[in-house]
Design a binder for this molecule. Structure first.
Ligand code: GCB
Length: 620
């Protein structure tokens, strides 16, 4: 699209047919020549900004061939038939793309679970919604998109404002120049087509939910505003809070202030010429955040006319030899893996209630830790984890076999990491950034993920870097020696003894050789069971069989001295097209300890007992 805009500079402006048609049918007035859209911006604490919600019903047009954007010779519409015809006054106009007649889709939500005909849909869908707005002086307006899977394009009043790739991170499009007083309209095209050079790529084991899956809003900030800030507890100095604030469009010597009113901690100085303000402030009497005391403080950052008010907890996380230290003390991570699948209704989880249900179950299980697989989860999930005291493993979607040789794919993974860390860096709950899941061991892969790990460390040196590795075997011995381990602080590994290999008792005679003197987390183990299906312990797919896997696994894992955590696969059943077994899976991965309808399976209680009685793992 960008290319095309450039090619057509000075000629008819590029405006997709759907927008012209919306205009033609009385919904809109088409704006003039579109200026080149700017790249989306990362904003920390966007959910703490005053906002005009654009959630609710959006008119929707399903466009499997993307004919709204491409002509019959698959060229961008700038020179296409629709636009040329439209350009001639008096022409009648085909009415295919008429938003005023289109049915609505709910936002935020995946489209797949909203309409039966869209359950398997992979392709583009157009969204349109009207809104009224009153511009204010010296105010910038961003269209904030919580997530749009996988590629998305946005226009406001007929002008393109941005495009984005990556389905699980939030981004912000500057619409200051396009929004006007009174009636406005926004159009989005969202395309969940899978791509070989995508992140993730063609193969995943989850449903490819498409759409504006997270909240959309308009957020207002002053001309010069705080786009990103990092606030954390010092690892080296007692009760010292440090970090930085970045002011976008800062004028020389913009005054920046950082304050935690409850602790009477305050500091102020001028931002440097790059708009950066580094701070370091004593916070006597600070209560540390932990799973037992998830204390959050109101933090106020002010820069010139801008001010943002956040809720932040303070804790440290580090490793010492094979230990993980939370607030300086060894901890064992009693965890569970979670997909962003909504309890009871399926589809994408994105409400406070969804997240509280999922994390409430994790708490009930006895967890102090959750692995949020396999992509960054919604901001509402991270806020809930902060509130409820659950430590988080946050993961980018480098899943299975990407095109590791392709520099464009690396750039996409880095961009998603920038967005993940840029938006989530102040959540006390997050202790681990995970770079990848089950990637094939080869040089290109190792270089790719080492580059990501170095990038993540640069963005955030205060957290630990991990990845879920694959394991190899020599006879009865399982070996963890993937060269990627060198780049990690904490080694994650997945294994499925009792399900994809051997009966559950296979775990009893398995030995482990770990080639890294680093803390170890078993990031996945488990097996499928259909809730309510009973039988002998040897009968696959039954609750008894799954419970047996958990019993034998726990026995085996207790024999690995450096094990410091676990996040079995997984809390709740989730949709996956890879799971077609009729009557059992019915396109759900059934490795949940809880069904998608909330029924707890026997294995839930096996793990709960082990966690509650501290019968698994040792912190040191
Ligand atoms: C894995 C993957 C996870 C799958 C799981 C399974 O190793 O990491 O995404 O869903 O196995 O159920 O096979």
């Amino acid at each position: 699209m960008k290319l095309l805009l450039a090619r057509n500079a000075g000629r008819t402006p590029f405006i997709p047919a759907v927008i012209l048609l919306a205009a033609a049918f009385g919904k809109i007035a088409v704006a003039g020549v579109s200026s080149a859209p700017s790249a989306p911006v990362v904003i920390t604490g966007a959910d703490r900004r005053p906002a005009l919600s654009l959630d609710g019903g959006w008119a929707s047009i399903v466009d499997p061939y993307f004919s709204g954007l491409f002509s019959f010779h698959h060229e961008e519409k700038a020179n296409g038939w629709f636009l040329n015809r439209k350009a001639q006054p008096g022409d009648t106009f085909p009415t295919e793309y008429d938003f005023s007649k289109a049915p609505t889709l709910k936002v935020p939500a995946d489209w797949n679970t909203q309409r039966e005909s869209l359950l398997y849909y992979e392709g583009p869908i157009w969204y349109e919604r009207d809104f009224t707005y009153q511009p204010k002086e010296h105010t910038r307006v961003f269209l904030h998109v919580g997530a749009a899977n996988y590629k998305s394009w946005f226009w406001v009043n007929g002008q393109k404002v941005c495009e984005h790739e990556g389905g699980f991170t939030s981004f912000n499009c500057d619409i200051t120049a396009t929004v006007h007083a009174g009636a406005n309209f926004a159009v989005a095209a969202v395309d969940n087509t899978r791509h070989e050079d995508g992140v993730p790529t063609l193969e995943t084991d989850w449903w490819n939910y498409g759409g504006l899956t997270r909240s959309v809003s308009l957020i207002e900030v002053p001309d010069s505003f705080i786009d990103q800030y990092d606030v954390h507890l010092s690892r080296t100095e007692d009760s010292v809070i440090e970090g930085w604030v970045h002011v976008a469009g800062a004028e020389n010597a913009t005054k920046v202030e950082f304050e935690i009113p409850e602790l009477k901690a305050k500091t102020a100085a001028s931002a440097d010429r790059n708009g950066r303000f580094l701070f370091h402030v004593k916070a006597e009497g600070l209560e540390r955040w932990s799973p037992d005391t998830p204390k959050l403080y109101r933090v106020v950052v002010t820069a010139g006319h801008d001010s943002v008010d956040d809720l932040i907890g303070f804790r440290t996380i580090e490793t010492r030899g094979t230990q993980i230290l939370l607030n300086g003390k060894p901890i064992f991570l009693r965890g569970i893996s979670i997909h962003a699948e909504a309890p009871y209704r399926t589809g994408r989880a994105n409400t406070d209630k969804d997240q509280e249900t999922l994390l409430g179950w994790a708490r009930e299980l006895g967890c102090n830790f959750v692995r949020l697989a396999h992509y960054p989860h919604d901001e509402t999930m991270l806020r809930a984890a902060d509130r409820m005291g659950l430590l988080v493993w946050s993961e980018n979607p480098v899943y299975w076999a990407l095109q590791f040789e392709n520099p464009k794919v690396l750039a996409k993974a880095q961009q998603q990491l920038d967005e993940e860390i840029g938006t989530s860096r102040n959540h006390a709950a997050i202790i681990l950034w995970s770079m990848a899941n089950e990637t094939p061991s080869n040089d290109a892969r190792t270089r790719f993920i080492e580059t990501l790990a170095a990038h993540a460390r640069k963005l955030d040196p205060t957290r630990l870097i991990t990845a879920a590795l694959l394991v190899r075997a020599e006879g009865r011995t399982k070996i963890i020696d993937d060269p990627l381990g060198k780049a990690l602080d904490v080694i994650g590994f997945n294994e499925y003894i009792g399900w994809y290999e051997q009966p559950p008792e296979g775990a009893d005679t398995t030995d482990w050789r770990i080639d890294y003197q680093k803390p170890l987390i078993v990031s996945e183990f488990g097996g499928d069971a259909k809730a309510g299906l009973h039988g002998a312990e040897t009968d696959r797919w039954t609750e008894e069989y799954q419970a047996s896997i958990f019993r034998h696994q726990i026995g085996m894992l207790n024999r690995i001295p450096q094990l410091r955590g676990m996040s079995p696969w997984l809390l709740m059943d989730f949709r996956s097209p890879n799971r077609p077994r009729v009557g059992i899976q019915d396109e759900f991965n059934r490795k949940g300890l809880i069904s998608d309808q909330g029924q707890k399976k026997q294995a839930f209680f096996v793990l709960q007992k082990a966690y509650r009685e501290n019968a698994v793992g040792k912190p040191e």
